[in-house]
Design a protein around this ligand. Sequence first.
Ligand SMILES: Nc1ncnc2c1ncn2[C@@H]1O[C@H](COP(=O)(O)OP(=O)(O)OP(=O)(O)O)[C@@H](O)[C@H]1O
Length: 252
Amino acid sequence: MTSTLLLEGLGKQIQPPDGPWLFRDLQATITEPTIISILGKSGQGKSTLLRILGRLTLPSCGIMVLDNKDCSQWTPEAWRMTVSYVAQQPMMLPGSVTENLQAASNLHQRIFDVKQARQWMEQIGLDHLDWEKPAQQLSGGEKQRLALIRTLLLRPAILLLDEVTSSLDAVSKQATEGLLRDLHGRMGTTILWVTHDQEEARTTSQRVWFMANGQLLEDTDSQTFFDSPESDEAKMFLSTHPVVAEAAERVR
Ligand SMILES: Nc1ncnc2c1ncn2[C@@H]1O[C@H](COP(=O)(O)OP(=O)(O)OP(=O)(O)O)[C@@H](O)[C@H]1O
């Protein structure tokens, strides 16, 4: 399921033609399965970038090439089956948990793999859920996990995660991170993961994209980023998050 992704000169301008650029001239290549954390201060455009990659928002400029085919040669549906986005505050469709789980499979004319759904639900602590319950009545954390599994059932090659553990308690968060690492290890799923939790980024990802000053300022392996960031902006960013410093200290 390895997919390659090439981004060239990608940019997003707010209120064109004269508005400010959220980011511009973003270049990056993914050639093998990897987990990338996208980090940066609030408002740098991390979610916007994910939504562009998921073809839910148009970029203002630039090129996206998936598996050697320009984005214009992909239908949005085919693209979204390969590069799938999970929002921080996911939308539950009217209907039960079962209907929500089935929704993505139905939409993309895939067989609903109920056995796999049950196993993943169990793995991330949702085994107690009544599948007949209206999904709108679930808690925020339950909705986040249900939406994740709904998307995983499509088995996308590239998964775009927007702060998908932000509403979870510590145990559910760890279980979800475990599932995602598993998935990456067994199926070669590439994961691009926006998170504000640096400890999560450090322990789950192999690579970091750090966004600052309207650019992808650093694109490096995680250990290098956390141990010896190159830019002053990244140093400042890490120094203002003592959790990471403490965690790194514990590891040493
Ligand atoms: N189409 C748009 N029109 C106007 N403003 C927009 C548009 N898209 C994004 N923005 C603005 O761009 C900024 C960056 O948004 P975005 O959510 O992508 O940043 P972020 O880095 O993910 O932030 P956070 O970490 O707080 O979630 C925000 O101020 C947002 O309101």
